[in-house]
Design a protein around this ligand. Structure first.
Ligand code: M6R
Length: 616
């Protein structure tokens, strides 16, 4: 949610910043801007609209400076206008700032600054921050050379309530950036004679793989040849330099039309990565290195509580189903945004889990902290290495799905499903699951990548189906048991990228209200796996058919679905029960993707959305 890039070095900053912004555009795409230090000035270019619009303006102005900051915005305070785009200049023209987050007490600070003669040209909370830095900077005349901007930022942050990732430059200090974070991600890339700041590794991996993940409450001061980290309370911090393990190629389209398409097709590899090295030698259970709890600890647990947002929440629902079904441990699932406020009573021996692709979702992070505050161990299933949730959790499981750029989550979701299935296996084998059932389960999981490949092979057929239904106004997605969450996920995928109204329901629940929506323009996508509820689901389909509703059925290969009941059939291979949610997800991802493409929607940057939601 909003992307920041900063650069100091020997190269022209503008093109490096624009390249970085393009890679961060999925974080927000309302407006974008740069501020470049050159010839004793700070030159600002900013535009409402996509980074491409800014790139043209930057090219026209031939910026030559070698230090600067930049931003791509997802609007919170103030509409989408050139004036509200970042960077913001202080009214004395000395400080330029970019900001990700929300300053909650900005109105009282603004009142104070207006009284001191500072003027404002935007409606943003960020401009208040920039002017407060300028106010302190004007008073910091006795500070030792080289520390004046840093100390002004530090003083400012002591007065600020809310969340921020910021980067600031000062007209008097042409090769310096000061940045800080609290609640919004920020990384420092350590290069040769250059340093680069970014909200996400994707923006800096083309220049360096050596990174420092800043922590909440830390400030960093960078010049081309040096960096130093300290806290808002003026304590020095010894930096830990980590290595990014993926390369720039992983964050590029590589011939695909959209990142969403690429990431759907990367799922077999993502699933393989999630399993690698995580099965016991005897092939009967899963092993996780980073849980930081022993098998004995896990045996004490009498309940698991999962919290997440959006697609991750759907993964939690699948985890609930699989853990209760195979390990017979009760599981509760909560929206992270609700958990953090509703003061839920938890059992004494509960274990708390969050699921987050980005590891930066503020509601999920707050839920994790709330569970920890109550004294619970809180673990995370997370994709982004070094993210805040990964760092603050008491242990967890990395997904290793690679960077996910498309705003609509795809490969991260199926990888979360696979890890949930492995967790269910691990817990089940600690309790009542036999060795031979464990071996069968592991073999079932190992087959998942190939089974997903078989579903992907049907992409051309699913594309044809999508084109036939692309102009419908509503969709129902209907599934039962472990496929009810996949119905929810199918509905979310469709609505977020194609703007078609869609709802997910347990198939039998449909007759208690949603059936009223059925018409020729409201098809139903049914999940119809072969199994215990097959006949019940077929009855639900008959009820839709009797009302002239169109049916797209996702059906197990070889199924004895009555001929003519479904208008369209998509086949999924027979598989282990724990893998069923994974293989059933792929058709609805493809269906949503091709419908959105047919409707000419901007698949990777759907309106109003941002990939990583770092504000409440
Ligand atoms: O990064 P996270 O997994 O914490 O993100 C949670 C949701 O914001 C995310 O899943 C969102 O719902 C996606 N747009 C779904 O495709």
């Amino acid at each position: 949610m909003c992307g920041i890039v900063g650069y100091v070095g020997t190269q022209k900053a503008a093109s490096i910043l624009i390249e970085g912004l393009k890679r961060l555009e999925y974080r927000g795409y309302d407006s974008a801007g740069v501020a470049i230090q050159q010839e004793g000035r700070i030159d600002v270019a900013k535009k409402a609209g996509r980074v491409e619009v800014l790139a043209k303006e930057v090219a026209r102005r031939h910026f030559s400076g070698t230090a600067g900051i930049s931003h791509t915005r997802w609007a919170t305070h103030g509409g989408v206008t050139d004036a509200n785009a970042h960077p913001h200049l202080s009214s004395d023209g000395k400080i330029a700032i970019v900001h990700n987050g929300v300053i909650e007490n900005y109105l009282s600070i603004k009142k104070f600054l207006l009284g001191k003669g500072y003027a404002f040209v935007s409606e943003t909370d960020t401009e208040v921050l920039g002017n407060l830095i300028a106010y302190h900077y004007a008073k910091e005349t006795d500070t030792k050379p080289g520390s004046r901007l840093l100390e002004s930022v530090r003083k400012t942050l002591r007065h600020v309530e809310g969340t921020y990732g910021i980067a600031a430059i000062c007209i008097d200090s042409p090769s310096e950036i000061v940045a800080a974070r609290k609640g919004s991600p920020l990384l420092l890339g350590v290069g040769e004679g250059e340093h680069i700041l970014a909200s996400d590794a994707a923006a800096l991996v083309s220049r360096t793989r050596n990174v420092v993940y800043l922590k909440d409450g830390e400030l960093v001061q960078i010049t081309p040849d040096s960096f130093s980290i300290s806290t808002v309370d003026s304590l020095e911090v010894s930096p830990v330099i980590d290595q990014i393990t993926w390369s720039i190629k992983d964050a590029e389209l590589s011939g695909y039309a959209h990142f969403m398409e690429k990431e759907i097709f990367e799922q077999p590899a993502a699933l393989e990565n999630a399993m690698r090295g995580r099965f016991s030698e005897d092939g009967s259970t899963a092993n996780f290195g980073g849980l930081n709890l022993s098998a004995t600890d896990f045996r004490q647990i009498d309940r698991l509580v999962f919290a997440s947002c959006g697609t991750g929440w759907h993964a939690c629902l699948v985890a609930e189903h699989l853990i209760e079904r195979f390990a017979r441990v009760p599981v509760e699932v909560d929206y992270a945004s609700e958990f953090r406020y509703r003061n839920a009573p938890l059992d004494r021996d509960a274990l708390f889990f969050v699921i987050s692709q980005s590891g930066e979702t503020i509601d999920t992070l707050a839920a994790l902290r709330e569970a920890q505050r109550k004294g619970y161990k809180a673990l995370a299933i997370c994709n982004v290495v070094g993210s805040t949730i990964a760092r603050e959790s008491d242990g967890g499981i990395y997904q290793h799905a690679g960077p996910e750029i498309g705003v609509a989550s795809t490969k991260a979701f199926t990888s979360q499903l696979l890890i949930s299935a492995m967790l269910a296996l691990y817990l089940a084998r600690l309790r009542d699951m036999s060795y031979s059932d464990g071996v069968t389960y592991v073999q079932g999981l190992k087959a998942a990548p190939d089974l997903v490949r078989r579903v992907l092979d049907q992409a051309p057929r699913i594309k044809e189906i999508a084109q036939r239904y692309a102009q419908c106004s509503d969709f129902l997605f209907l599934g039962r048991l472990s496929l009810f969450p996949i119905a929810l996920e199918g509905a979310l995928k469709l609505k977020e990228i194609s703007y078609i109204h869609a709802e997910g329901y347990p198939a039998a629940e449909m007759k208690h209200g949603p059936i009223a929506l059925i018409s020729e323009r409201c098809p139903s996508v049914f999940f119809v796996p072969q199994g215990e509820l097959f006949n019940k689901i077929v009855s639900s389909m008959q009820e839709i058919k009797a009302r002239k509703g169109k049916i797209i059925a996702i059906v197990t290969e070889g199924s004895d679905l009555p001929a003519g009941l479904a208008d369209e059939t998509i086949w999924i291979p027979d598989c282990h029960e724990a893998v069923l949610p994974i293989v059933a997800t792929v058709p609805v991802q493809l269906l949503s993707y091709y419908i959105a493409v047919a409707r000419k929607c901007d698949v990777d940057k759907p309106r109003n959305l941002a990939k990583s939601v770092t504000v409440e």
